[in-house]
Design a protein around this ligand. Sequence first.
Ligand code: URA
Length: 228
Amino acid sequence: MRMPRSMRKTDLLRHLEDLGWRDPPELPETEAGVSAGADDLERVEAQLLACQACGLSEKRRHVVPGAGSPRARVMLIGEAPGKDEDRSGMPFVGQAGKLLDGMIRAMGLKRNRVFITNVIKCRPPGNRDPKPEEIAACAGFLERQIDLIEPEVIIALGRFAARWLMGSEKSMGALRGRWGSFRNIPVMPIYHPAYLLRNPAGKAQVWEDLKKIMARLAREDRAVSNIH
Ligand code: URA
């Protein structure tokens, strides 16, 4: 079970030290905790808007940092912005985004209460696959976003997100529907909405995977309400 959101990191570390743990993990510089996330996320966004770390910065119309709640329980991570996202600066606003909205609603969640972003934040020309060096150049931004938001669950949309988060080279067929983790945060890989637009039969499997996520969130709710 993860720490209840009402417990700050400093409290947890103090508690661990009281219990005799002599080597607690380092706190983030600002003792950010959950509630300080919004400002810091804006800082990440400002850095992204100025980023020229790879060639994608030359062709982009907009960087797409991500959108949603800094206190999101659920983070959804896709591959890279497409044409519509490059135009608007917002993640998942095209056809795949409409399908993703439906998936979020089907879990009983709201788009503005989750956080949606991508492994890379600028559009690869012609929607080609992101290159390893582009993923590497962007990785620090995504790591920082995850550290600041501290979601209870990450949903990896498609193979690029799933492989990056889980450090795996396996196919989506092998990864989907099985819990993995990124820095102790549970990760559920599911088929990418764009794949589902081409292969609607995969929606039944995605629904099975979404139910696992809903069950996990409900379990966390029960665990927290037992503490309070
Ligand atoms: N596909 C993605 O992976 N991300 C987006 O933001 C849009 C489409």
